[in-house]
Design a protein around this ligand. Sequence first.
Ligand code: ADP
Length: 492
Amino acid sequence: MEKFVLSIDQGTTSTRAILFDKHGMPRFVAQREVELIYPQSGWVEEDALEVYSSVLDVINEVLIKANVTPDMIDSIGITNQRETTVVWSKSTGLPVCNAIVWQSRQSQAICDALKNKEEFIHQKTGLIINPYFSASKVRFILDKYNLQKDAEAGELMFGTIDSWIIYKLTQGKVHATDITNASRTLLFNIFEQKWDDDLLKLFNIPKCMLPSVHECSYHYGDATLMFASTAIPIMGVAGDQQASLFGQACFNKGEVKNTYGTGCFMLMNIGETPVLSKNGLLTTIAWSYDNKVTYALEGSVFIAGASIQWLRDQMKLINKASDSEISAQKVNDSDGVYVVPAFVGLGTPYWDDNARGAVFGLTRATNKYHFIRATLEAIAYQSMDLIQTIKKDARINIESLSVDGGATANNYLMQFQSNILEIPINLPKYLETTALGAAYFAGLGTGFYESLEDIKKAHCIDKTFRPSMSSSEVKERYRKWKLAVKATRIFE
Ligand code: ADP
């Protein structure tokens, strides 16, 4: 009987279930959208029950479509949107309010009040004080709904989405999270690898609300799926970006992946010794496996693939995202045009909320194809900014870049990225690296996948893009990009 690992990928806008076979090949997929709720400007929420029911839906659908029975499932792996916060009642198992999504800014005032503790928090968590991370979201919920007493009495539970799914799939028997998700809460000491009492005190969050923390490959509990008599072990858990680093088989120090979606997320494996960034990168736990903790440096670009959506939806220059590649190739170069898509400010390494987008270098000869080409190039330049920052902090030479995400379908973008970084870019055969990472953690726990070496060997690269631009041209272009970025910040 053929067996599979069932990977659940709970993302911000959708939930997917994928069945992976012994070779790490995705064989069957089911997907459901999840609705985002915007109660006020800058607030982003989700109904945690809808999130859970989307998980059950995709599990049922994938099993039915694949004609696979629960006894053919070796184990379950879970990967999830990170930092999104759920608080629920221990007695009813129901959420006390909507989940607050990572992007949501409603706890900004709580973070502002702690600005003088930035360094203290950074030294313990590797993160910055920002509403993205879970701690201020929990504080916000306890304040808004007047729940501090209930929390202190042990009646409430906090969890990120992984924790919430584990709790529900185990019928409320297990309240746990994995170390990568814990490392994004702003409450976890990444050096000591435990919940930090000082941080809990700072946010006034009772420890009894918190889940227990485990390695990424661990027997979290058994999922009893509806109508199934067999319980399936939940064996792997990791936050989405860390799972993708693992799914890309970046097991060695110095290996880097970049995901080109709405934004970009770049993570570098920095090995077993954490390095704190001096340049606005986050230090985070990449994974804990086999009693060994591996760390990563992380940087992000806010607007990457989203700039292509902007070309399509606002500027009406293309009909669909893939047209951007055809358009870019209608001209020989971008004719000196630079587009800086700082629509919502700039991320790493600038961390500037006030910068706004701009276009430079327009001439009478500029046409829409130059404009589209320059917008694609901006995705590559922004990723160059990330890699330069990572190099500065980690002092590790980067030999190649592993990539995934929707915008990697664009060959022009990938080739230009390789040119400007002057290193090869590796595109894996299967782009489902996030779900695959969770499947690997689960399957390594049961022996379904044998070892990291085996996984590394089986990791298939579909295409490699090799640099083909002279160093002097790279330097000159990047110099101009930096000037263009600088100019978007002149209004401050
Ligand atoms: P997310 O997970 O953030 O929703 P995806 O990995 O699904 O993102 O990728 C979707 C993004 O990729 C969109 O922003 C879209 O504009 C961009 N994209 C998709 N195809 C292409 C393409 N051929 N060229 C450039 N960008 C693309």
